[in-house]
Ligand binder design. Structure first.
Ligand code: NAP
Length: 484
């Protein structure tokens, strides 16, 4: 199999916050990998912008260091990195003042696609948007890319949307949720809508329940202050888990086009019932012999912010009424693992009798690690002794199925940045989607505050609080084990 790389036209990309953590760990290495793949023309300008006083040579050094540290090593030794660095420029700019804006405009060309990546805190989005217009850097064809968090609640998300809308139209705004750029997430759509096999079964008549797990082993040390103001609900559920839920639950769009897809996702969010507070478990990791507690990491001995959430929700529409969706995410858990598990119902009648046993079909979509899709099917246990049934996996690990091409699968940021340049918004969140997601999560968070709820402690390296297991057990179901 040969992967095709379609080069994009030359472009000017300004990375506001070019010296920051996200730019160094993700954005610059992603651009370099696309350059190595032959997708980015040599005649491209990538311009870092921040307050730090630095010249272009200084920022090229920052870029080279970032690529060596986070870029995976390819292309660093054969001269490609030096070539790529020719595309890199820098301008000292203050988002909150007039410094540097005229000079930055001087670095941009007419007649090429211009994109502005806001890799800075959200409090600067409005200032940047306004100055891009006031100083004449942006026109009606320019694009702006904004990072999460997109708001802290519905009110702040609306305000942010309104601020951006003063300067840019919706089709110029690219709200990143990097989960949507993952290969498997797109494969989820390919599997659902490219095969006749699944879609007829993809409903409450055949699906018993769906589980979505995003488990992390990392704790919050190093970003405790930021995390403690948001918590797992705002940091993970409102965006990443809800986006995954939308892709699993949405109706087939008429075309794979930005608004057709986003219209269907929005309908799913709007069909979500409010969550009964008995169906939510909040957790916070405690300390053990090797690991400090959440409260130590955020330096607040009374913090009641959750580092874990598990919940059960319902999508109230014809397709899904009666099929619960279970979502869980947390820090400091036993494995780093993200997956979606679709558990089908039992066969309506067993012709093999009670001794044969029954096994459910289970479709697992793994996002990380080892991206891939597994379907468990029932077969006869080999050997003599009558008909006994076992379930075995039909496994499609991308690494195995695609061979060496799997290594060339671009990571989420590579794909998403190239989509910005191509002007394709399919994998970006629309303003109304973000607001609808907040409208669903806000009452949950407000309910915790009103009831003065304190998260349940859980052991670091575990699967979360005991109550999260009970959430499923009560319904006669169980979580798939968190495993790498
Ligand atoms: P960071 O490391 O604190 O970097 C912030 C950047 O903004 C720096 O380059 C800083 O440079 C620049 N900056 C700050 N004030 C400025 C101003 N007034 N004018 C111009 N530039 C200014 O933050 P980060 O971790 O990269 O995060 C950036 C954004 O991405 C945030 O919204 C964050 O929530 C989001 N995000 C980050 C990650 C991640 O993994 N880091 C993941 C998802 C989303 P100077 O100080 O030199 O100005």
């Amino acid at each position: 199999m040969v992967s095709r790389v379609i080069p994009v036209d030359r472009f000017d990309l300004v990375i506001f916050g070019g010296t920051g953590d996200l730019a160094r760990r993700k954005i610059l290495p992603a651009l370099f990998r696309r350059y190595c793949a032959g997708q980015i023309p040599q005649d491209t300008r990538i311009i870092g912008a921040a307050r730090s006083d630095m010249d272009c040579a200084g920022f090229r050094q920052v870029t080279a260091d970032a690529i060596r540290e986070f870029g995976g090593g390819r292309g660093c030794e054969d001269g490609t990195l030096e070539e790529f660095l020719d595309c890199i420029q820098y301008e000292t700019v203050d988002a909150k003042g007039d410094m540097g804006w005229d000079a930055l405009r001087g670095r941009l060309r007419d007649g090429v696609t211009k994109a502005f990546y806001f890799s800075v805190g959200p409090s600067l989005f409005g200032d940047l948007a306004q100055r891009l217009r006031d100083f004449g850097l942006a026109d009606d064809h320019s694009r702006v890319v904004v990072e999460k968090p997109f708001g802290h609640d519905l009110e702040t998300a609306r305000a942010l949307n309104a601020t951006l809308a003063q300067h840019f139209s919706e089709d110029q705004i690219y709200r990143i949720d990097h989960y949507l750029g993952k290969e498997t997430v797109q494969n989820l759509m390919a599997v659902r809508f490219g095969n006749v096999l699944f879609e007829p079964l993809w409903n409450a008549q055949y699906v018993d329940h769906i589980q979505i797990t995003v488990a992390e082993t990392v704790d919050v040390s190093g970003r405790g202050m930021y995390y403690d103001r948001s918590g797992a609900m705002r940091d993970m559920v409102q965006n990443h888990l809800m986006q995954l839920l939308c892709l699993i639950a949405m109706e087939p769009p008429a075309r794979f086009e930005p608004d057709a897809v986003r219209d269907e996702k929005l309908k799913v969010i709007r069909a979500l019932d409010p969550v009964d507070y008995h169906h939510i478990v909040r957790g916070q990791y405690s300390a053990n012999d090797t690991q400090a507690s959440y409260r130590t990491h955020v330096e607040d001995p009374r913090s009641t912010t959750e580092s874990f959430v598990a919940l059960k929700c319902n999508v109230s529409n014809w397709r899904w009424a009666g099929t619960p969706f279970y979502l869980r995410t947390g820090k400091c858990l036993k494995e780093r693992s993200s997956e979606i598990v679709v558990v089908f119902k039992d066969a309506p009648h067993s012709i093999f009798g009670p001794d044969a046993g029954t096994h459910r079909n289970v479709l697992t979509i793994r996002l990380q690690p080892n991206e891939g899709i597994t379907m468990r099917v029932t077969i006869k246990e080999p050997g003599p002794g009558g008909m006994r049934l076992v379930d075995v996996p039909l496994d499609m690990s991308f690494a195995e199925a695609l061979g060496p091409d799997a290594e060339d699968v671009p990571d989420a940021y590579e794909r998403l940045i190239m989509d910005v340049i191509r002007g394709n918004q399919t994998l970006f969140m629309r303003g109304d989607e973000v607001e609808a997601a907040w409208a669903w999560t806000d009452p949950i968070i407000e309910g915790w505050r009103r009831r003065g709820e304190v998260p349940k402690p859980y052991e670091p390296g575990s699967t979360g609080p005991e109550d999260a297991l009970m959430l499923m057990h009560r319904d006669g179901r169980k979580w798939r084990d968190i495993r790498a």
